[in-house]
Design a protein around this ligand. Structure first.
Ligand code: HGY
Ligand code: MN
Ligand code: MN
Length: 413
């Protein structure tokens, strides 16, 4: 069979995704595989088993990143890498992340059974803690690999129960010995569901994002004064929940105030002591700001942070602000993006040049090598929810585009 006529085995890809979806399955049809939980471990164990079944050289680094390498004709050449993440959001979907690990694995399976060896080696990767839900920030381990985040800072990140990242990595047996450090890459492809409405709205099958928005994460801590809700007059209260309520609405108003081209969200809040008859006196909430324009995002943050300080001052609730994490917008390789659009057309798939509002490990890989992503539609534009859904046909289509994009790059001398 000629290379151009090769296709992945869509049924096998579906079976692998269905097998993985059983790990951490939730009653409403989603998955919960939070980073470094037992469910994450189960999915990792299954991935490693499948990698070994097709003779990939499996290595695990000290951040738990799992690499499966398929030798090329010339292993001195820098590899072509493709991957994503097996961890999920709490009550997350069955496609986010895992499609981007099962996709390249299926590419490797297809090459393996057809005895095809590319010029360059190929690597499939599972990046630890892409989601950042249990341990913030997101893309933690790809950030360390790209040498943009400090490994020991990452090791010390804690979850809401005070468990340390490194301790949990050791507990599930995935703290490898390989240093978590970048190595030369010829190209990086990430295959992912769109997680938005564009492809469905435009009636297209394949999305080729021009890049990813910047992601800025902040953590806000407020102190107030607890008291019995009955006898305490309204006047003079230091109620952190009321202070936060004002602040959260300021975040929601921010994109309009800045003239658009950005999104701003408060997604997480902890209120203490969270008893209906005690005035709350401790509170934490998060802020997520994204834009293609990094400066706009920073200007927006500076404005809303000033609002926060004024509200905290007026309400007598001391505030602590942490500028937790920033990753700048990622403009992908024009060459690789055009390649994805061309391959999609050659394979007969409609396609759309777009942008990614969702963050991906590709943002960091984009600093190291020519990078691009392949999107397939999310039904109803929904993601990070249990009803997240993509048709098996579209999963196969994206896998075929990934196959030919990887082949094209891996056969470059
Ligand atoms: O936040 C994101 O967009 C990704 O899911 N980590
Ligand atoms: Mn993802
Ligand atoms: Mn996600």
């Amino acid at each position: 069979m000629e290379l151009k006529d090769m296709r992945i085995n869509g049924e096998r890809l579906q079976q692998s995704l269905e097998e993985m979806a059983k790990i951490g399955a939730t009653p409403a049809g989603g998955v919960q595989r939070l980073t470094l939980t037992d469910e994450d471990k189960q999915a990792r164990d299954l991935l490693v088993k499948w990698m070994k079944e097709i003779d990939l050289e499996v290595t695990i680094d000290e951040m738990g990143n799992i690499f499966g390498k398929r030798a090329g004709k010339n292993n001195d050449l820098a590899p072509v890498m493709s991957g994503s993440h097996v961890d999920s959001q709490p009550k997350g979907g069955r496609f986010d992340g895992i499609l981007g690990v099962m996709g390249p694995l299926e590419v490797m399976r297809t090459l393996h059974e057809n005895n095809i060896t590319t010029e360059r080696p190929l690597v499939v990767v599972d990046w630890t803690n892409e989601e950042g839900s249990r341990f913030s920030p997101a893309m933690l381990a790809s950030g360390v690999w790209a040498e943009e985040l400090d490994r020991d800072w990452a090791f010390d990140r804690t979850d809401i129960n005070g468990k340390r990242f490194e301790d949990e990595l050791i507990r599930i047996g995935y703290k490898g010995t390989l240093p978590c450090k970048q190595s030369p890459l010829h190209a990086y492809y990430e295959y992912h569901i769109e997680q938005g409405p564009m492809l469905e709205r435009e009636g297209k099958i394949i999305g080729a994002p021009k890049g990813i928005l910047c992601l800025h994460w902040y953590d806000i801590y407020l102190e107030g004064e607890a008291n019995q809700v009955g006898p305490t007059p309204m006047e003079g209260r230091h109620d952190v929940l009321c202070a936060a309520a004002e602040m959260i609405l300021k975040v929601n108003e921010l994109p309009d105030r800045m003239g658009g081209n950005m999104v701003a969200t408060v997604g997480e809040i902890q209120n203490y002591p969270n008893s209906r008859n005690i005035i709350p006196d401790k509170l934490h909430f998060t802020v997520d700001i994204r834009s293609w324009d990094d400066d706009l995002a920073i200007n927006a943050w500076n404005k809303v942070a000033e609002d926060f300080r004024q509200i905290a001052d007026r309400r007598g609730c001391p505030i602590k602000i942490e500028e937790t994490w920033r990753v700048e917008h990622a403009p992908f390789s024009d060459k690789l993006v055009q390649g994805i659009l061309d391959i999609s057309s050659e394979l007969g798939y409609s396609n759309l040049h777009m942008v990614s509002g969702a963050g991906h490990d590709a943002s960091y890989m984009n600093h190291l090598a020519p990078t691009a992503m392949i999107f397939v539609p999310s039904i109803g534009g929904r993601s990070h929810v249990e009803v997240e859904e993509t048709t098996w046909e579209d999963c196969t289509a994206g896998g075929n585009v990934l196959l030919h994009a990887m082949l094209r790059s891996a056969n470059e001398k």
